[in-house]
Design a binder for this molecule. Structure first.
Ligand code: SAH
Ligand code: SF4
Ligand code: F3S
Length: 459
């Protein structure tokens, strides 16, 4: 594809913050840039550095600014360095970024990735006055995807986006503003990408979407598959040849259909694992968050999944200290984690986001130290829940997909310890002389720690 000689190649480094969707976008951006004379390099050697940002919490946004600060300093001694910012902070802050940071050369939003060929040309343009172009490209509607190579990160897992965007507008969340409205890729495009991934030797495909259950809602009927739905997509992916696993994230509680549960139950390759953020265990808070379910409805879906699918893992996300949350309402979150036996949960204290309705409830904000206190209690509860869930695995035999071989050093008692994941996403360690990365190995679980399991290889 590339007609430039190797010497003419420029180096690009992308720092990726935020969720898996950003990781996947980075792989696509690197792929597009590879068609235009750029090769992936280390940060120190780069001619172009880009930070792919997240703005889910203020802390994530601050990380982007601190990275830019470091690069701004680097530019003082290397004026040819070009600095770019993309992702959710770029989509949110737009041209303000060029105004605020004089050393930034390129800003592009989450909807502009496939416009990069033109943006790069503009960026590299030699002006008669010698002044370099500074570019900002933000759209409200995404440019359609085009076929480019994807430079995937190495390992056993490949990210595969199936839909992007969100129509839910939970009152605390910035994502609908940074990722736009829900849109799905068609079944054939996804199946072809999955086939390529398998051919390249990846052993696990993780389907990505802000709400995977909304898959297909904006698509017309497919001539081959009829109305595209998430269940249909899963079933088609499960039919593909090869020895690999399929995972998916994220599910919206009340949008998980019986067909999806049934498909996961009957599938061979789809892992028994659902990530279903609950956010709060209290009905009033859920309503104020604009979540479309109450505690009873969330419990019902969790119980249904557990009843139907053996050894299923259910994980969640929770926010501590949402505006106006009382102590009793917070305690409902703690009791929900215990009552529902949630295997693991991500936690965060509420962070006000610009534009969002909850961000404007300033008179109802919870004191910073109080949020910290609640978060610590929440984290302790998640820790206990994880240990309890892991103890339930003792005696079971799991098929483990090997991800890492640990050093046989003193820390590991001079043993060759292998790390992998079970189908239900538990981290499992075991000793093996032969296991290689990418192998599927049956392991009997002997011991449960808080965040991982230890077992013995079954030969
Ligand atoms: N699409 C997923 C997750 C999106 S963001 C869903 O529907 O739940 C990932 C997690 O970040 C959310 O589940 C939520 O728990 C957390 N989050 C989002 N906005 C936040 C905020 N303003 N403060 C703290 N946590 C937040
Ligand atoms: Fe954010 Fe809610 Fe959409 Fe998830 S469903 S991305 S939490 S608005
Ligand atoms: Fe962050 Fe954007 Fe993902 S806000 S969590 S990078 S969709």
């Amino acid at each position: 594809m590339n007609t430039l000689t190797k010497n003419a190649l420029k180096n690009v480094y992308i720092e990726t913050l935020g969720c898996q969707m950003n990781k996947s976008d980075t792989e696509r951006i690197l792929g597009i840039l590879s068609h235009f004379g750029y090769q992936k390099s280390e940060e120190e050697k780069a001619d172009l550095v880009i930070v792919n940002t997240c703005s889910i919490r203020k802390l994530s946004e601050d990380k982007a600014y601190s990275k830019l600060g470091v690069w701004g300093k680097m530019k003082e001694s290397n004026p040819n360095l070009r600095i770019g910012i993309c992702g959710c902070v770029a989509q949110q802050e737009k041209e303000n970024l060029l105004k605020k940071f004089s050393y930034i050369d390129l800003v592009f939003g989450t909807h502009n990735i496939y416009e990069l060929p033109e943006l790069i040309k503009d960026l590299e343009k030699e002006n008669p006055d010698g002044i370099k172009n500074r570019i900002c490209a933000i759209r409200d509607i995404a440019t359609p995807e085009k076929e480019f190579d994807i430079i995937r990160s190495k390992g056993i897992n490949a990210w595969l986006p199936i839909m992007e965007g969100c129509n839910n507008f939970c009152t605390y969340c910035i994502v609908p503003y940074t990722r736009g409205r829900e849109r799905s890729r068609d079944i054939e495009t996804i199946l072809n990408e999955a086939k390529k991934i398998i051919k390249e030797g990846y052993k696990e495909i993780t389907l990505l979407g802000q709400n995977v259950d909304s898959y297909g809602k904006n698509l017309p009927d497919d001539p081959k598959y009829g109305k595209p739905t998430f269940a249909k997509l899963l079933a088609e992916l499960d039919k593909l040849d090869g020895n690999f696993r399929i995972r998916f994230t994220t599910s919206y509680p009340t949008d998980i259909t019986d067909e999806v549960v049934e498909t996961v139950k009957n599938a061979k390759k789809i892992c028994e694992c659902f990530h279903i953020p609950m956010q709060s265990g209290n009905d009033r808070i859920l309503k104020t968050m604009n979540r479309r379910y109450n505690r009873a409805q969330y419990s019902e879906i969790v119980n249904k999944i557990r009843k139907e699918i053996k050894d299923v893992t259910i994980t969640s996300d929770f926010i501590a200290g949402f505006p106006s949350e009382t102590e009793d309402e917070f305690k409902d979150t703690i009791s929900a984690i215990k009552e529902l036996n949630l295997d693991y949960s991500n936690t965060a204290s509420y962070s006000p986001r610009p534009i969002t309705p909850a961000g404007k409830m300033t008179d109802k904000f919870i004191d910073k130290n109080e949020k910290k206190r609640r978060l610590a209690i929440l984290n302790d509860t998640v820790k206990e829940a994880s240990k309890k869930s892991n103890i339930n695995s003792i005696g079971k035999t799991y098929e483990v997909l090997v991800e890492k071989i640990k050093e046989d050093d003193e820390k590991n008692e001079n043993k060759r310890i292998v790390e992998g994941r079970s189908r239900n996403n538990k981290v499992v360690h075991f000793e093996s002389q032969t296991a290689q990365i990418g192998d599927f190995i049956n392991v009997q679980i002997k011991e449960a720690l808080t965040w991982c399991l230890k077992g013995e290889e079954i030969k």
